[in-house]
Design a protein around this ligand. Structure first.
Ligand code: GDP
Length: 429
């Protein structure tokens, strides 16, 4: 059976949660391999509407095993809140359907504080962090200054390790930011309220995944955010602090020899970007407001209005390449139904020269969008289920994107519900 990765091609919020929820039916195991509670996947299904931040989107399927890999920023407090919210809706979470890597580093209570303190210090130079502690967490992980989930099984040693970290971290909190120190009592509270409850779910997920693959089970790797937020290949420093690319999935899942046969890149039919940083095809004013409203573009985690723009084919082509996408799911095509003419960013103009190549991050500030307008279809397409039934203008829009990015568009999503999907044989002319 084939393994796949479902990844974002752009800035995130492309509708990955919706695609994973649809596709999980075909997979035995779903793994989150990077990121933390700083982004949200929205899933609409028979149980209701959910904003998942840490839990894999396969959590709603009976019989699917969901894994949080070692690459994830594991925030025990937020994870438990999310788990409680899901169990309240009647979904059962047991060590059989949810497994947490013993090698996942824990996001500690001070990471969220540090995120907030640093954004405050940066003032108008801030990165636009969601203040979930992700950047301080990953920098501490790479400094080897956090604890692994599996350490909880030896509580005495876990406490000693935390005490050392506490002393070190208080230096920064007090001396750099003039903030309140943490105490061991606070950490003991955190251990008993959260870490202890996660214990039954913590195990060697690498060994589980290896056995699953050897037994012919199919594995889906689920990414958070998109190519342009990848720490190494994105719009640094307006990236996230982890690697969002499919290539990182084997490492971050705890199964370095994992095979990925298929990479499904998720692209939204227009662009959105949360937070600061360059956004070449951004729209402003009434044009932006109309698109934001039509697409309900407000952050799943923060409720912040998202910046919106024309689909950016330069960025999308780059994102498709670095993800090594084998097929594309185009989402939210229905949102564009109100437009007479649809703006498409086909090229960039940099220092007077046209380019198709996505530039180095600092050059992006000088890039201007070259916009072409395609005909709109001006009718409701949300009930359409085959490509041929789509208005010809909508078909042309999909084919135009497909040709520009040289990757087959095999799914076209026309609504948030599980079945609002058109499946087709993509063709790259
Ligand atoms: P993710 O992080 O990539 O999963 O994306 P988000 O959850 O932030 O954003 C996707 C949003 O669009 C969610 O509210 C989905 O329910 C919704 N959505 C996904 N696909 C479609 C679609 O084809 N049409 C419409 N109208 N909404 C969609």
């Amino acid at each position: 059976m084939q393994n796949c990765a479902v990844v974002g091609i752009n800035w995130g919020d492309e509708g990955k949660g919706r695609m994973v929820d649809l596709l999980t039916e075909k997979y035995d195991v779903v793994v989150r391999y990077q990121g933390g509670g700083n982004a949200g996947h929205t899933v609409v299904n028979e149980y209701g509407k959910f904003a998942l931040h840490l839990l894999p989107s396969g959590i709603f399927r009976k019989g699917t095993v969901n894994i949080l890999g070692n690459g994830v920023a594991l925030d025990p407090e937020n994870l438990l809140k999310e788990m409680d919210g899901i169990t309240e809706k009647g979904i059962s979470l047991t060590p059989d359907n949810l497994k947490i890597s013993d090698r996942a580093s824990l996001l500690l209570p001070w990471h969220r504080d540090l995120d907030e303190l640093e954004e405050k210090r940066l003032a108008d130079k801030k990165y636009g962090s969601t203040k979930q502690g992700i950047a301080p967490f990953y920098s501490d992980k790479y400094q080897k200054k956090t604890v692994l989930a599996g350490e909880i099984f030896n509580k005495d040693a876990f406490r000693v390790h935390l005490k050392d970290l506490l002393q070190w971290k208080n230096l920064t909190l007090e001396k750099v930011y003039g903030s309140e120190p943490y105490t061991m009592e606070m950490l003991d509270n955190w251990i008993s309220l959260y870490c202890e409850r996660l214990k039954p779910f913590i195990c060697d997920t690498g060994s589980f995944l290896k056995k699953a693959q050897d037994a012919g089970k199919s594995i889906m790797f689920e990414a958070q955010l998109g190519s342009l937020r990848d720490l190494d290949f994105g719009i640094y420093p307006y990236t996230t602090s982890s690697n969002t690319l499919a290539a990182y999935a084997p490492i971050g899942s705890g199964f370095p020899s994992a095979r990925i046969d298929d990479v499904i890149g998720v692209v939204k039919a227009y662009s959105t970007c949360v937070g600061e940083g360059p956004f070449v095809s951004e729209l402003f004013g009434d044009e932006a407001e109309a698109l934001r409203k039509a697409g309900a573009e407000y952050g799943a985690k923060t409720g912040r209005p998202r910046r919106v723009g024309a689909i950016d084919l330069v960025a999308t082509r780059y994102g498709t390449r670095v993800q090594n996408a084998t097929e594309i799911a185009l989402t939210k095509l229905d949102v564009l139904s109100y437009l007479d003419k649809i703006p498409v960013c086909t090229h960039y103009l940099v220092d007077g020269k046209m380019t198709d190549d996505f530039p180095f991050p600092t050059v992006l500030d000088r890039a201007q969008a070259v916009i072409e307008y395609l005909d709109g279809w001006k009718c409701d397409i949300s009930k359409v289920r085959t490509f041929e039934e789509l208005p010809i203008e909508a078909q042309n829009y999909v084919k135009f994107i497909e040709k520009s990015i040289s990757c087959p568009i095999t799914y076209v999503s026309v609504g948030p519900e599980r079945d609002s999907i058109i499946i087709r044989n993509g063709e790259v002319a």
